[in-house]
Design a protein around this ligand. Structure first.
Ligand SMILES: CC(C)(COP(=O)(O)OP(=O)(O)OC[C@H]1O[C@@H](n2cnc3c(N)ncnc32)[C@H](O)[C@@H]1OP(=O)(O)O)[C@@H](O)C(=O)NCCC(=O)NCCS
Length: 170
C-alpha cells in the first residue's frame, strides 16, 4: 500500500535559515541547470552563496518565503520590492512536486497585495518553461556577469489578475 506524499507548507524566512538556503541554492544550480549552462557558468552562479553573510542579507532584505516538507526547507523564493521575483530555487530531491508552483502562487498573491499589477522575473533558461506555463511572457533576453562569467537569462512578465487585489480574502 502506498503512502500519500507529505504536503509542502510555507513559512517566512528567518536569519538562521541562511546556511540551509545556501545549500539548496547550490544543489539546485549544480543538479538542475546543467542542460542550459556550462560547468564553469554553474560554478560561478553557485558561488553567489559563498559569502553567506551577504547571501543572508539579500534574503532578509526581500520578502523571502520558505517551502518545507515535514518541517525541512526544500525550496525558497523571494520578492524584491512589490513586483520582481528575485530568487526561486528548489532542492533537486523535492523537484517536480509542485514546490516552486506553490512558492510562486504565494509570491503572486503577495505582490498583488502590495499593489503590483504585474510581476517580472529574470528567468534562467531552465526555469523559462516553468514561468511560461504560469503565464509569464518573454520580454527581453539578457546577458549578465556573475562572478566573472557571462550567463544568459530572459526577463519575463505576467499581468496579475484583479483577484489578487488588496482586500480580496477569497
Ligand atoms: C525551476 C525550478 C524552481 C522548478 O521547481 P519545481 O519545484 O521542480 O517546479 P514545480 O514542480 O512546481 O513545477 C510546476 C510545473 O512546471 C513544470 N516545470 C518545472 N520545471 C520545468 C522545466 N525545467 N521545464 C519544463 N517544465 C517545468 C512542471 O512540470 C510542472 O508542470 P505541471 O503543473 O504540468 O505538473 C527548479 O527546477 C530549480 O530550482 N531550478 C534551478 C534554479 C533556477 O534556475 N531557478 C530559477 C531562477 S529565476
Amino acid at each position: 500500500m502506498g503512502q500519500a506524499l507529505p504536503k509542502a507548507a510555507l513559512r517566512p524566512f528567518l536569519a538562521a535559515d541562511t546556511p540551509m538556503l545556501a545549500a539548496i541554492f547550490v544543489a539546485a544550480i549544480e543538479q538542475l541547470t546543467g542542460d542550459d549552462y556550462s560547468e564553469v557558468q554553474q560554478e560561478a552562479w553557485a558561488a553567489v552563496a559563498d559569502d553567506e553573510e551577504q547571501f543572508g542579507k539579500r534574503l532578509a532584505s526581500e520578502l523571502t518565503l520558505i517551502a518545507t516538507l515535514q518541517n525541512s526547507p526544500v525550496g525558497f523564493a523571494s520578492l524584491k520590492g512589490k513586483d520582481h521575483i528575485d530568487m526561486l530555487y528548489v532542492h533537486p530531491g523535492a523537484a517536480g512536486q509542485g514546490v516552486a508552483a506553490m512558492l510562486c502562487d504565494a509570491l503572486e498573491k503577495l505582490a498583488g497585495a502590495r499593489g503590483a499589477t504585474s510581476l517580472t522575473v529574470d528567468a534562467s533558461d531552465n526555469a523559462q518553461p516553468f514561468f511560461a506555463k504560469r503565464g509569464y511572457t518573454a520580454k527581453q533576453r539578457n546577458s549578465v556577469t556573475v562572478n566573472g562569467e557571462w550567463l544568459a537569462n530572459t526577463t519575463m512578465q505576467k499581468t496579475l489578475s484583479a483577484g489578487a487585489a488588496p482586500g480580496d480574502r477569497s
